[in-house]
Design a protein around this ligand. Sequence first.
Ligand code: HC0
Ligand code: SF4
Length: 565
Amino acid sequence: KGIMYVDDRRVEFDGEKNVLSVIRKAGISVPTFCYYSELSTYGACRMCVVETDRGTIEASCSMEPKDGLRIYTNTQKTLRYRKMILELLLAAHCRDCTTCEKNGDCKLQELARQFGVRRVRFPDTREPMEKDESSRSIIRDPNKCILCGDCVRVCDEIQGMGIIDFVHRGSKLRVMPAFNRSIAETKCVNCGQCAAVCPTGAITLRNNIGEVWQALQDPGKRVIAQIAPAVRVAIGESFGFAPGDNAMGKLVAAMRRLGFDEVYDTTLGADLTVMEESHEFLERFKKGGPFPMFTSCCPAWVRYVENSNPKYIPHLSSCKSPQQMFGAVIKESQRQISAPDPRETVVVSIMPCAAKKFEAARPEFSRDGVPDVDYVLTTRGLSTMIKEMGIQFSELDEDAPDLPLGMGSGAAVIFGTTGGVAEAVIRRVSGKKTYNLLREIKYSGVRGMDRSVKEAAVQVGDDEIRIAVVHGLKNAQELLKKIERGEVSYHLVEVMACPGGCIGGAGQPFGLSPEKNLRARGLYRADKVAQIKSSEQNPVISALYNGLLSEEAQAHDLLHTHYED
Ligand code: HC0
Ligand code: SF4
């Protein structure tokens, strides 16, 4: 606690971990490449330098706030210093900015423009290096890496995976997997969080825009879209709307302009998941385990269990994720129509997630070589397509998804935020959905983002069901250890690999914690105004169980999978 002087302005500090946070608290902007408040401080990029009243230059991220400290943020000296860092980085950086995946979202590009870098005074130190395109979800291009280490720290500190690290020394220093492996040869879970924090185009998500354009322009293809819950409260950010604004109506209208033949909502798939998962859970409850049962709709979490902790495979729910249930139902209904559309059905998912690309490509989710979901576009990918077409997103008249598969409950919408799946299952297994019961569930402890592990206990008949909700893969790993040590025990655990759940997915517009909170609020607002609050109340769900899913074996085949060691 104390008083500091930032550019001669008096600023109080109280618990801020470094001078940089105090500067930002004062509303002054200082650039950084390697600083994220959620991660440990690395202090490598030195863009956040400030000048002290003694004329020395110091990195503000690594300086402790002290009472009476006086610093200056944007002096001639600091500006010269920053410009020099930028030029040194650019001397070693490939400059195909106009065709780079990160064009427009790159911090190096943005700061070079901000600091007026028009030429690089240092000799070119580039040595061309091979890209790693082995992963289904991420692409690593070392030619664009500025060695800030953000990806290394997020993978280790938030996801607990440690897949990439600094290797070699001096001018050979690189960020990559150990032993010269490609990403696909590691236990990478495809969460894409490394790409979400990468300030340049060194790690980006795989882009499937080209394939989707081709399908849309092919008259022999009927292109069907499904939109994930978390997309609607984030895509607006790419078009000037506030985080959390529900842009579903404009999004559907934009997709029709892009040429999608039918536009549906993944919430229908989420309602199916709730039905199946609740049934599976109650059956397990009768049989006495194995507990806890883990949700399996997050493909990065499933990958972690399969690759790094296979003893929990039997604990995973056998339910496919909503994305895959939806794809399977669409493709199967097409197979069963007596006079099917002569065009080939192509299912495109719009997802906030990197790992969904990996999930859609898993052989478990294909039948006779035909995948249930053909392409996965991220939220950012779809915004790019909308911009490419010159659509004025904000001017669009809102439109609704098609029926019957465009209808989901409020419980399904909140799937997109941490705690949503658990809350939806609690609603399903609880008694009559009175206003009071829904309020009770809301305050049961499943909501919110501040705690890494949330706990709730719900009464179902005579039994008490203990539930935990965890987000962030490292938090999940720590919870597993606690379960193993017998410190806690649960019947049901919801796991989402990304902090905040899907709203914090790596395919969303680049954002930080405040955006995630607002996006979550947007989903809860959508639930609040939804007339159907619980999955079993969705009339399309009953219609499906009376039709396409009426035969148990068929329903099982379409909606469940099993994971192998
Ligand atoms: Fe999610 Fe999903 S809620 S994983 O976070 O379960 O990506 O939004 O689409 O499949 O519904 C992501 C989001 C989904 C799925 C749903 C689930
Ligand atoms: Fe690590 Fe996730 Fe990136 Fe894989 S995708 S390297 S697990 S942060």
